[in-house]
Design a protein around this ligand. Structure first.
Ligand code: SF4
Length: 440
């Protein structure tokens, strides 16, 4: 019988994509997926170190594996991803029953490490941040039933924002060769994938270290010309690297969807400088204006941090004013979280937890109002929607995404899955839209 594995993933899209890559590798080597941790012979916890809370949750789960390992000593327990990179061999000291500790750049050899553990019954770790990136267009039915997929085009980051641990745990920026990305795109299309989201810590600086190779707008152009690619998206974009050429791509490329996630992090120049973000509030507003001029229907989402060290009441007000001015379609907001090794640790003016919570609630309440009114503005419009499958609410309801990446639920038959249809929006809600089918 094939050995069963289970991966528990914490954190962002990048981690989900990494877990998918590991699953593909293991399926390819004859392992099968287990539905739960309890049923698995191999348990991998894919961790996120970006915020303290996500890290704590992962560490709690790793702690719980002790009981399973006592019951089943042959089970293999591994920690992978950013917390593995950050804590390294300390994880073996804190959780002596662990067999495997793998940093994010070592996941591509996960099958070899597991074989090594099985053969020698010894612990294995790999924390090398210089490993080559690669992709796995060998799907073996893994994508069955999906209509969209992520495609990693780069890894790591050179920006060193003062609040961020990513450059320390994912290493320096490395881009995947365009040839491989094009090949994987064609493979995904052959698997009936209709929408591809290119991912990287900062896709805008794709190949920036080697000007002889295609830049990000050049890559988008090449991908757009591939027959069968219905929709193309990308994330994440750093505002300081958003070029006019890239903005222009939204007006030129048929498959490129009019949605951008452009993290602003603060509306105060003072805080942006302390964060080492490399742009000002005015520069950011200018980018949004140019994006909206190119595509008036552009959906704009962003990230905001509250309670960064030194954030005065006035700085926080600047963030609220920026939100009012720009009217983001959605905003992902967080309290500043101290992470080991980051530059912001040395900054004075730490904000207490209670104050951070108050600011976060005010900001989120303000954004809820903006998001709802933006969704209501779509009432009566017809939205080109990619049908993803049955909606959670059941009752013959389907769910899909508009070009602007908003969730739409509507009554319809399951045979529409994977098709792009016209949906008339009848109601804009807080987190989604309700619609009816008008055009197949
Ligand atoms: S751009 Fe800044 S926030 Fe984004 S991954 Fe790099 S260092 Fe972190």
């Amino acid at each position: 019988m094939a050995q069963l594995f289970h991966i528990k993933t914490f954190g962002c899209q990048m981690n989900k994509h990494d877990s998918d890559s590991i699953s593909k590798i293991l399926l390819d080597k004859g392992y099968s997926q287990a539905d739960s941790i309890e049923d698995a012979h191999i348990i991998l916890i894919n961790t996120c170190a970006v915020r303290e809370k996500a890290e704590e949750k992962a560490l709690t789960l790793i702690g719980r594996l002790a009981r399973l390992k006592m019951k089943r000593p042959d089970m293999i327990a591994g920690v992978i991803g950013c917390v593995a990179q950050e804590k390294g061999m300390n994880l073996f000291r804190r959780f002596p029953y662990l067999d495997l500790v793998l940093g994010p750049r070592s996941i591509y050899h996960v099958d070899e490490f597991i074989s090594q553990i099985k053969k020698r019954r010894e612990r294995v770790s790999s924390l090398d941040l210089a490993c080559e990136l690669t992709c796995f267009p060998n799907y073996n039915g893994y994508l069955k039933g999906r209509v969209k997929s992520f495609l990693k085009i780069m890894e790591g980051c050179d920006n060193f924002c003062s609040y961020c641990i990513v450059p320390f745990v994912r290493g320096r920026e490395t881009s995947l060769p365009a040839k491989e990305i094009i090949h994987e795109t064609k493979c995904l299309i052959s698997q009936e994938i209709k929408e591809i989201t290119l991912i990287g810590q900062n896709v805008n600086s794709y190949n920036v270290k080697n000007q002889a190779l295609p830049t990000f707008p050049g890559l988008l152009k090449e991908l757009d010309s591939i027959t069968g690619l219905e929709r193309l998206r990308f994330t994440t974009s750093h505002p300081k690297d958003l070029s006019d050429e890239l903005i222009g791509s939204f007006g030129e490329l048929n498959s490129l969807c009019p949605h951008i996630h452009l993290p602003v992090q603060s509306g105060s120049d003072n805080i942006l400088k302390l964060m080492n973000r490399g742009y000002t509030r005015d520069k950011y507003i200018g980018l949004i204006e140019r994006l909206r001029k190119t595509r008036p229907d552009m959906t704009i989402t962003s990230d905001m941090i509250v309670g960064f060290p030194g954030e005065r009441e006035k700085d926080f007000e600047d963030s609220l004013r920026l939100m009012d001015e720009i009217e983001f379609d959605n905003l992902f907001s967080f309290m500043y979280s101290e992470r080991p090794g980051i530059k912001a640790l040395q900054l004075p003016g730490k904000i207490g937890k209670k104050e951070k919570q108050t600011r976060l609630s005010i900001l989120q309440e303000r954004q809820r109002g903006i998001t709802l009114s933006k969704n209501k503005l779509l009432e009566g419009t017809i939205q080109e929607t990619l049908v993803e499958g049955p909606a959670k609410r059941g009752d013959d309801q389907l769910t899909g995404r508009t070009l602007g990446n908003k969730v739409v639920n509507f009554p319809g038959r399951s045979n529409l899955k994977g098709q792009v249809v016209g949906i008339k929006i009848v109601k804009g809600l807080q987190n989604s839209l309700l619609g009816e089918l008008v055009d197949r």
